[in-house]
Write a protein that binds this ligand. Structure first.
Ligand SMILES: [Zn+2]
Length: 362
């Protein structure tokens, strides 16, 4: 008899997370304590539950630009080594407690230098935090491996510098690179030199594309920049026509994405909150998974959208009728698409993920 699928049992299933922002996943109480410690007095609420509610309301506004406002507060309290270590450690602990066995967590070092830190010191503090959190989780019997992605802001002009930073830390915990921020008006081709440099360094990168903006953004990310994965990528459905009998016809770009097994880092609830999808039931993830695109399930911002990986998985199972086999498929998809080496990915799939789901499906 298979184990019944609900949020508790999904929490214990092994899961893989590829798209999660460090500055979007703080504990509300930590935001308050760090604000107090650094004398930041612009928080919208004086208590943890009020703050959590404010973040959720702001993120659930239907606009990506409004959604990004909440980050002003989290970033403001993440300007010292101690704060960065703490936030990264709690991130690793929280993900491990949610049953995540491998995570790639991203953040933009350039947003954490207003207190006078150098970029290298910012990255060192975050990597130290991941080590601390991973060790604490292990003490509680939860094994997690955390890789770090360095993000450059797409409206700024520091992407080449951040790409070089990612390469400097490639042997100590940084596994890739990303660009993020407002999509419309800031095409990825503005950062071509960063992507060319990373390709020359045999490095990996993902690009936020096809979230608030459509197919041209996805096309540029892949065919001009050479992205290994797509952050969100939901708008690839604009290149798919579904006939009344349910037959789907893929345009050239959608076919390319599926044929090349390009991973889609889908973040369903976040997309509903920013208005990229009307509801979970309307979210293109259902169609894209049925068409066997390389779909992965992610949180994007656990604080802003009040989500967890197990919560997203459970909601998808409820909405689309998925069983454990589909949740395993999402998880293996994500593990195959990770930026760590093939040996490590395979070991996690064979030794952790498959036995974990086999026990649930037995
Ligand atoms: Zn994102």
């Amino acid at each position: 008899m298979a184990v019944p699928l609900n949020v508790e049992t999904v929490r214990d299933a092994p899961k893989v997370l590829l798209h999660d922002h460090l500055d979007g996943g703080l504990r509300p109480a930590t935001v308050l304590e760090l604000a107090e410690a650094v004398g930041y007095d612009a928080l919208p609420s004086p208590d943890a539950s009020g703050l959590a509610a404010w973040f959720l309301a702001t993120s659930h506004s239907g606009s990506l630009v409004r959604y990004l406002e909440g980050f002003g507060h989290t970033v403001a309290v993440m300007q010292t080594p101690d704060a960065l270590v703490r936030v990264a450690a709690e991130c690793a602990e929280d993900l491990a407690a949610d049953g995540v066995v491998y995570a790639e967590v991203r953040f933009a070092p350039e947003l954490h230098v207003s207190g006078g830190l150098e970029l290298d010191a910012v990255v060192e503090a975050v990597l130290e935090g991941f080590r601390v959190g991973t060790a604490r989780a292990a003490e509680r019997g939860r094994r997690i491996r955390v890789g770090c992605l360095l993000t450059a802001m797409r409206h700024a002009a520091r992407s080449r510098e951040i790409a070089e930073l990612a390469i400097r830390f490639r042997d100590t915990g940084v596994v890739g690179f990303d660009i993020a921020g407002a999509e419309a008006g800031f095409p990825p081709t503005r950062h071509l030199d960063a992507f060319e440099y990373l390709r020359q360094q045999n490095s990996h990168f993902t690009i936020h594309a096809g979230e608030a903006f459509g197919l041209p953004s996805i096309w540029e990310a892949l065919q001009w920049c050479g992205a290994d994965r797509l952050g969100h990528g939901v708008r690839i459905v604009d290149d798919i026509t579904v006939a009344e009998d349910g037959t789907a016809t893929l345009g050239l770009l959608a076919a390319y994405v599926r044929d090349k097994r390009i991973p889609l880092e889908m973040c369903p609830t976040s997309n509903v909150h920013t208005g990229a999808a009307k509801s979970l039931a309307d979210h293109p993830i259902g169609l894209l998974a049925d068409l066997r695109f390389r779909v992965t399930v992610n949180t994007d911002n656990r604080l802003m959208s009040d989500v967890s990986v197990s919560g997203e998985m459970t909601a998808l199972a409820e909405t689309f009728g998925y069983g454990w086999d589909r949740l395993q498929w999402f998880t293996v998809n994500a593990m195959k698409s990770a930026f760590i080496g093939f040996d490590e990915r395979l070991a996690l799939i064979d030794d952790v993920i498959k036995p974990g789901y086999a026990a649930l499906m037995a």
